[in-house]
Design a protein around this ligand. Structure first.
Ligand code: URA
Length: 220
């Protein structure tokens, strides 16, 4: 996955370089890159996501799934991408994997409304296929800004796509889980995706160990 992202980035850099060299030949000597305007609030960011056309997924999804929960949550769960149910309702984790995530949250003595839940991609990939590197890159800024607004104490990455997009870590989740990593000063705990737990219930025990570490971090 990281290799594909790096390849795509290299292609983008090559195109920018070719463009700048052509401009230089035409006599342009200086470039000014205007920073992207920062949104003022999560609400404003949500409006931006609703209008987003940065990748083709907006053409096939029914509703964008921005995220939901407490905008000042101490704990944020980041999943992969909306599935069929999420796409229909415009809400994250409301299908079978979502039911399991809700149970995990309740076992932590929390409610869904106490935490914040979102995904790497805000739009459903057709037939629930895995996110493409170009889609992750197109959506990444939304997640980063979302996390900046919420500024949680802990982020829990659900599954390998969330880990590689947030942490740039391409190791198997079995190696990463159970350890805290850093994302811009915020502690990040990778763990198995609830959809994986539905197929492999014996891994629930490991996820519970990871949740206990998160609880110590939140309450300690
Ligand atoms: N799986 C995800 O990764 N996210 C959802 O919102 C639902 C299922």
């Amino acid at each position: 996955m990281m290799e594909e992202i790096k390849k795509e980035l290299r292609q983008i850099i090559q195109s920018v370089r070719a463009y700048m060299e052509a401009e230089k030949l035409a006599g342009i000597e200086e470039f000014y890159v205007e920073p992207l305007p920062k949104k003022q609030s999560l609400r404003e960011l949500r409006q931006e996501v609703i209008k987003c056309r940065q990748c083709p997924l907006y053409k096939t999804r029914k509703n964008p799934v921005f995220g939901e929960g407490n905008p000042k949550a101490k704990l944020v769960f980041v999943g992969e991408a909306p599935g069929r149910e999420e796409d229909m309702q415009g809400l994250p984790f409301v299908g079978r994997a979502g039911e399991l995530l809700t149970k995990i949250i309740q076992a932590m003595k929390l409610k869904r409304k106490d935490v914040y839940i979102c995904n790497i991609l805000k739009c459903r990939p057709p037939q629930n296929r895995s996110p493409l590197p170009s889609e992750i890159i197109a959506c990444q800024n939304y997640l980063t800004e979302q996390l900046e607004f919420i500024n949680p104490k802990v982020i829990c990455c659900l599954g390998k796509f969330a880990c590689s997009a947030l942490l740039g870590q391409d190791f198997p989740i079995t190696k990463l889980r159970g350890n805290f990593f850093d994302f811009r000063g915020i502690k990040v705990m990778p763990t198995f995706h609830p959809a994986y737990l539905l197929r492999n219930p014996s891994a629930k025990r490991l996820v519970w160990e990871d949740m206990q570490k998160i609880m110590v971090e939140l309450n300690g």
